[in-house]
Write a protein that binds this ligand. Structure first.
Ligand code: XMP
Length: 523
């Protein structure tokens, strides 16, 4: 194991490079490779043969992409990469690129193929290494318009589908393989078996990349980076900073001090839970800053969502800085940066996508060196690492929670009274969702307090109080989301309990808006 970039993140010496041709499938491919316990990284398609060679990868996988190889300016691979002797697997666009660049032919198809189709081995082809042990007829998932019609010299077509005469090909001699279908998606039942054949049998990868090995090598990397210096970490209550802090603590123990800024905008009992988990159970030095009053003062009279975000974010930074300066001998700062952030910040569209989601992020001019032990990990891997480090499920499996907290779930002015109402209603919503066993199936589920009052009747009395809106969505990445089809009985229970138990609420609505056109949060 080696430390690649002196950020406290360890990168194993065996790596598979996934060349990104512009589809979101590159991340999925990289994750699938890692599920086979082989470490993978995503690299841009502009990577040169020299750069690839210098990484000494065990294999290279070319991802799918939205372009047609026939379009001018469509992304290409540096052709010298094919001659490096490193095993290559092309998927979809990546598969078409190989014949296109090596002397085969890709036809402009009359009809594309989208969705499930049946793949058949080509009779008479010599045995296919990729499909060895897989039924000769299998269901695969396709998404293509052009189709490979002729393989380059020295290659053999090994499988076809109704609209793709060459749906798989290989050259054992050159160790180059291509599949028109998507082995990385769940709709291709034998896809992982084909990936395994390529990685373990052809590329001789050792399946030894486990969360245990990640922790061991990260701990070494962090120790090498920090030495005997002091390090600080801002805990947010979220998964990423929690796991990053636990990892650094494992590496350097009480050289780490965590700062938890309690904004007063957290969910019910959340601050107590953070303090309890980190101080008592993990034995981490923790400064708990009770800043609720300062937040309410600054937020008084403010109703515009972006202004609220700005105030909450800036105050966080000011408070954190004050405490960090008090610890003036600290040289390092822990950040819970994840691999998707690293990939995105390498692409030009990144700024657009992330824009307002960095409240709680710290400015660059803080005079600390960054320790980013999670920067090579996907979210699901971070959760697994967190569990191995002994963090409770309540922390590692929790749903995302926005940096500005309940501040953006109270529409209009934020006051202590409204926070109390929302905390109570939100706790009921989350309790009932958990009791129904749905918490982990949902991306997020929470309550929103609207800035209006509606008329109701309770007993013989007319009421005039706030409505609570329940929001529950399914999503893979928060870029798009669908409203969750919660059972009516569950909605009814939540509604009854919120109205009966929470003073100041007389109506409950369920938000049935997807994203787009809505956003997940209400502000
Ligand atoms: P939207 O509401 O834009 O949210 O669909 C997408 C995801 O981002 C979270 N979110 C935030 N996270 N600071 C954060 O740290 C913010 O200001 C913020 N706004 C939204 C939201 O909870 C969802 O997971």
């Amino acid at each position: 194991m080696t430390n690649a970039d002196n950020t406290g993140a360890a990168a194993p010496d065996q790596v598979v490079l996934v060349v990104d041709f512009g589809a979101q499938y590159a991340q999925l491919i990289a994750r699938r490779v890692r599920e086979l316990r082989v470490y993978s990284e995503i690299v841009p398609h502009s990577i040169s043969a020299d750069e690839v060679a210098s990484r000494k990868p065990a294999a290279v996988i070319l991802s799918g992409g939205p372009a047609s190889v026939h379009v001018e300016g469509a992304p290409r691979l540096d052709p010298e990469i094919y001659d490096l002797g490193i095993p290559i697997l092309g998927i979809c666009y990546g598969a078409q690129l190989i014949p296109h660049q090596l002397g085969g032919e890709v036809g402009r198809n009359e009809r594309g193929e989208y969705g499930r189709t049946v793949l058949n081995r080509i009779a008479g082809s010599s045995s296919s290494l990729l499909h060895d042990g897989i039924p000769s007829e299998q269901v695969v998932w396709m998404s293509h318009f052009d189709a490979i019609t002729e393989v380059p010299e020295g290659f053999e077509a090994t499988a076809s589908t109704p609209n793709a005469p060459v749906a798989a090909f290989e050259s054992r001699e050159r160790k180059i393989y291509g599949v028109q279908y998507h082995p990385e998606v769940a709709h291709t039942p034998h896809g992982m078996a084909a990936m395994e054949q390529f990685l373990l049998r052809e590329s001789l990868c050792r399946p030894d990349w486990t969360m245990g090995s990640v922790i061991d090598s990260s701990v070494q990397a962090i120790r090498a980076q920090i030495g005997s210096e002091k390090v600080i970490c801002a805990l947010s209550g979220g998964v990423d900073s929690a796991v990053a802090a636990a990892m650094v603590h494992k590496a350097v123990g009480d050289q780490l001090t965590c700062i938890y800024v309690d904004t007063g905008l957290m969910r019910l009992n959340e601050s107590d839970q953070v303090v309890e988990t980190f101080q008592k159970h993990q034995g981490i030095e923790l400064i708990h800053v009770d800043a609720g009053e300062r937040y309410f003062e600054r937020l008084a009279g403010v109703t515009e969502p972006e202004t609220k975000r700005k105030i909450i974010g800036e105050l966080f930074i000011r408070i954190f800085e004050d405490f960090a300066r008090g610890l003036d001998d600290a040289k390092f700062l822990v950040q819970g940066t994840l691999y998707p952030d690293v990939i995105e910040s390498g692409t030009k569209d990144a700024a657009k996508i992330k824009s307002h989601h960095n409240v709680g992020g710290l400015p660059d001019d803080l005079k600390f060196e960054l320790v980013e032990p999670l920067r090579n990990l996907f979210k699901d891997e971070v959760r697994k690492v967190g569990s191995e480090l002994g963090l409770p499920d309540d922390i590692v499996l929790r749903q995302p929670f926005p940096g500005p907290g309940l501040g953006v779930r109270i529409i209009g002015e934020v006051t202590p009274d409204k926070v109390a109402i929302l905390q109570h209603a939100d706790a009921i919503v989350r309790e009932e969702i958990a009791a129904a066993g749905l918490e982990r199936d949902l991306w997020q589920s929470f309550a929103v307090l609207a800035d209006i009052r509606t008329v109701g009747v309770m007993g013989d009395e007319r009421t005039y109080a706030h409505p609570i809106i329940i929001r529950a969505v399914t999503s893979d990445d928060a870029m798009t989301a669908d409203w969750a089809r919660l059972p009516y009985e569950l909605l009814e229970r939540m509604s009854n309990r919120v109205i009966n138990e929470v003073d100041g609420v007389n109506r409950v609505a369920y938000d049935i808006t997807s994203k787009p056109p809505g956003t997940i949060e209400w502000e």
